[in-house]
Design a protein around this ligand. Structure first.
Ligand SMILES: Cc1cn([C@H]2C[C@H](O)[C@@H](COP(=O)(O)OP(=O)(O)O[C@H]3O[C@H](C)C(=O)[C@H](O)[C@H]3O)O2)c(=O)[nH]c1=O
Length: 185
């Protein structure tokens, strides 16, 4: 079945809207199928599923990456609540290096974002008790894990709200500035 996939302003980042089959019980959806996704140009070989729950609204996790050889492509969806999902192109050879794209992902709509390797990834929750589930195509490697500031002045990400003071992990509170970022991509 043809998947509803569209490129975002940075075309390698994809916005996906899996079909939902409703009936009087509710709905059913195929949230991932290797064939359908490959036909849509998303041929990452995912090898790990992650899920995180953020209790507080305006929790911000990001902007994260893993250094090669543990760089990860991610297929992100929301299973409870809503997020603004952001991808930043960090590929040094890319004409959009340092540029970002965003999309709202919701449990109600089932929208997904595909974030290729070479991108920073982060999301801001828009409801309490938001849960994000995502596939990755490389294992977690703590030593390769890094973070760039969510509010970096050179990246200038528009998270969609003024005076944002998000809930952050200690790691994200002390994240690197883009200008100091030892970019491995
Ligand atoms: C990512 C990850 C984490 N962990 C452990 C390490 C820590 O003890 C705990 C929380 O990790 P962290 O604070 O890095 O979790 P997030 O802040 O949600 O990080 C994630 O958030 C953004 C949005 C991402 O895109 C990445 O997948 C990832 O960086 O889980 C693991 O054991 N395996 C893993 O794959």
């Amino acid at each position: 079945m043809a998947l509803d996939v569209s490129p975002l302003e940075i075309p390698d980042v994809k916005f996906i809207r899996p079909a939902r089959f409703g009936d009087d019980r509710g709905w059913f959806s195929v949230t991932y199928n290797v064939q359908d996704f490959a036909e849509a140009g998303i041929d990452a070989v995912f090898m790990q599923d992650n899920q995180s729950r953020s209790e507080g609204v305006h929790t911000l996790r990001g902007l994260h990456f893993q250094r090669p050889p543990f760089a990860q492509a991610k297929l992100v969806r929301v299973v409870a609540g809503r997020v603004i999902d952001v991808a930043v192109d960090a590929r040094k050879g890319s004409p959009t290096c340092g540029k970002w794209v965003k999309a709202e992902l919701t449990a109600k709509g089932g929208e997904q974002m595909y974030v290729p390797r070479g991108f920073l990834h982060g999301f801001l929750t828009l409801e309490p008790g938001t849960e994000v589930a995502y596939k990755v195509d490389a294992p977690y490697d703590q030593g390769s894990d890094g973070s760039v500031r969510w509010d970096d002045p050179d990246l200038g990400i528009d998270w969609g709200m003024a005076d944002l003071a998000p809930v952050l992990s200690d790691k994200d509170k002390t994240a690197t500035l883009w200008r100091d970022f030892d970019n491995p991509f």
